[in-house]
Write a protein that binds this ligand. Sequence first.
Ligand SMILES: Nc1ncnc2c1ncn2[C@@H]1O[C@H](COP(=O)(O)OP(=O)(O)OP(=O)(O)O)[C@@H](O)[C@H]1O
Length: 307
Amino acid sequence: MTETVLTLKNVTKKFGSQLALDNVSLDVKKGDIYGLIGRNGSGKTTIMKIITDLSQATSGSVTLLGASKNTAQYVQSLGRIGAVIESPAAYNKLTAYQNMKVICLQRGIHDYSLIDDMLQFVNLADTGKKKFKQFSLGMKQRLGIAMALIGQPDFLILDEPINGLDPFAIIEFRELIQKINRERNTTILISSHILTELYQVSTCFGFIHNGKMVQEISKDDFDALVVDSILLNVDNAELATVILRENFEATFQVTSDHDIKITNTTLTVAEVNKVLAQNAIGINSIGKQENTLEDYYTNLVKEIEGE
Ligand SMILES: Nc1ncnc2c1ncn2[C@@H]1O[C@H](COP(=O)(O)OP(=O)(O)OP(=O)(O)O)[C@@H](O)[C@H]1O
């Protein structure tokens, strides 16, 4: 059975009368890259702060690397994790190497050769005398990760690390996350509202909305559930739909006099095209639409808000 790294059970957090987390449960398994997805204010940072002991839950339980929160063992478990929450905390006037050295001193790490290894690992080996305040956002994020990795953690927590990065820095970042997971066997919890990126990097997802965990799903299950749809623009959508229903098993939505959306299908564009052409239906356009994590999340939120 796969080992569980983190479990939250019915965690509730109130700030005065405001309910920031409402009975949240989640499970992160060893080896996962768990993507925590939610809009601004949905509770992602609050979850991470509770895990890292920067905040206390109002009720519910948290188990980290086998230890329950508020026990001496939990403090030991915290020593096996690395975290970058809100923004990387480093000294503006220090270089990458000096900032790393501060972390080593704080953590009682005496082997400074680890610093060079780690800076190399995050591609910051040649920043020399450049001070943290002169770093680009991408460099700052990578230094934050190097600082979090210096203690060789089993579990890495990253709060919105992609925010504000340019497309090249995002690609670099994605590769770094995967490298950490693969080469260092580090389990990762990463939050973001940039869903396309989370989709590419994560092995499972947790959707949080208004402080509630709406769904947890593995990437494999998500991929099996979410199949692409076919969008059609035809002369007569109603007639075309009758013909399509006679020929194929799928869901056909007539969205206007000319537009049809076909979902729940593994049909190809060529198959649809052939049947309509044989029945003399004029086709103006036909094409596949990829259903993304973004669509899935938006629909989930719409369903909940429509409740
Ligand atoms: N210290 C606090 N005092 C009062 N309310 C708070 C506090 N911290 C967070 N909240 C509230 O709790 C809710 C969840 O906030 P949280 O920062 O966890 O969301 P988030 O999903 O991380 O959002 P973002 O993406 O904007 O960082 C929000 O409504 C926020 O205003």
